[in-house]
Design a protein around this ligand. Structure first.
Ligand SMILES: *Cc1c(COP(=O)(O)O)cnc(C)c1O
Length: 358
């Protein structure tokens, strides 16, 4: 059987069915139903955050974050090292992404380079806790205060990571998350916004349901509501979050032991309780990466080039040069990591990589 970079966690089917039976009984399928409310309550408690809004996906979450903060034009300082949705959500909201290069040892935006990119058009900083590693949240907050900017964290990878004893999703004016099937914790499709200010949260709540209350049309909105069926999957998966993280740690530790001398790994971060969302490895150069991919693919194993290309190089943006991100993007990959990945599979992957690199 093929091994992919990830495999969705599946709860016991009886537990999923029990959730679905409730829906068939009460006939409420969407529009802020009881399952959505229960999920919002349970996750915000688990994360220790307030103003938690469950939405349709992590991309709409980013777009809603911008619109709820009333950002509809101007420049957004962002990272080139992320999934394309970080950049595309900025463009889709008719703003201009301004790329600032990343830190070479944990791939997050280099906060020390942000101030040089600020102009009178800058409205916000959209940074990414990439792979579940923490951005330099103190420095970013300091810069945002000084220049009167909003901070949005794309926390699509941050669920379960804690920084300074708090969920990574509790930082910034808005933090977003994705509960897509490929993420650590999923609701098939899904996402969330965690909003610092109650008024902004109320706006976002209105904007995610067309901007109206019954016949009172208050502001422009979109459909970002989530369904009861998605919430049902989320509730069935919810009890397993800690098991999922523990098992990913088991797999990551084994990769660490086997590959220590062969690949370059991100640097350990103090004060971070890591969620083991991904297992990124850097090779010496792209040629080495491609050789490893050929050998793994021949064995029916499919790691992914996360993230490639560097987003400043997308054909539809005219991005600033980001030499560190461009270099890292050319030679980084994520190895298969998911709940239940067998030790033998990890050993086989490590053997193939060592075989190529020796
Ligand atoms: C997955 C992901 C998103 C988008 O989330 P969806 O729920 O798939 O829309 C955004 N940003 C990053 C960094 C992601 O990995």
């Amino acid at each position: 059987m093929s091994i992919f970079v990830t495999k969705s966690f599946m709860p016991p089917i009886e537990e999923y069915n029990r959730q679905i039976e409730d829906i068939f009984e009460n006939c409420i399928l969407t529009n802020n139903g009881p399952k959505v409310k229960e999920l919002e309550r349970k996750i915000s408690e688990y994360l220790g955050v307030e103003n938690f809004q469950y939405v349709t996906n992590g991309t709409i979450a980013l777009q809603l974050a911008l619109s709820a903060l009333d950002i509809h034009d101007g420049e957004i300082i962002t990272t080139p090292f992320s999934y394309v949705a970080t950049t595309s959500s900025i463009l889709w909201e008719r703003c201009k992404p301004v790329f600032v290069d990343i830190e070479p040892d944990n791939f997050t935006i280099d906060a020390n380079k942000i101030e040089d990119a600020i102009t009178e058009k800058t409205r916000a900083i959209m940074a990414v806790h990439v792979f579940g590693y923490s951005c330099n949240v103190q420095k970013i907050e300091e810069i945002a205060k000084k220049h009167n900017l909003k901070v949005i964290y794309d926390g699509a990878h941050a669920f379960g990571s804690k920084y300074m004893g708090k969920s990574l999703l509790s930082y910034g004016d808005v933090s977003t998350c994705s509960f897509h099937a490929t993420k650590l914790y999923h609701t098939v499709e899904g996402g969330a916004c965690i909003v610092k200010d109650k008024d902004v949260s109320d706006r976002l709540s209105l904007q995610k349901r067309f901007g109206h209350n019954v016949d009172n049309h208050i502001m422009l909105g979109i459909n970002g509501k989530q369904s009861e069926f998605h919430a049902a999957m989320g509730l069935a998966n919810f009890p397993y979050i800690n098991d999922i993280i523990t098992d990913r740690k088991r797999a990551s530790d084994l990769y660490d032991n086997l590959l220590k001398e062969y690949v370059i790994r991100p640097k350990h971060q103090d004060n971070l309780e890591y969620n083991y969302a991904y297992y990124p490895v850097m090779f010496k150069n792209e040629a080495e990466l491609l050789k490893v991919f050929d050998a793994l693919n021949a064995a029916d194993i499919f790691p992914r080039r996360y993230f490639y290309p560097s987003l400043n190089k997308l054909s539809y943006v005219n991005g600033e040069n980001c030499p560190i991100s461009e270099d890292i993007s050319s030679r980084i990959a994520c190895l298969p990591l998911y709940y239940g990945i067998e030790n033998e599979v990890i050993e086989k992957i490590a053997d193939i990589i060592k075989g190529v690199l020796n």
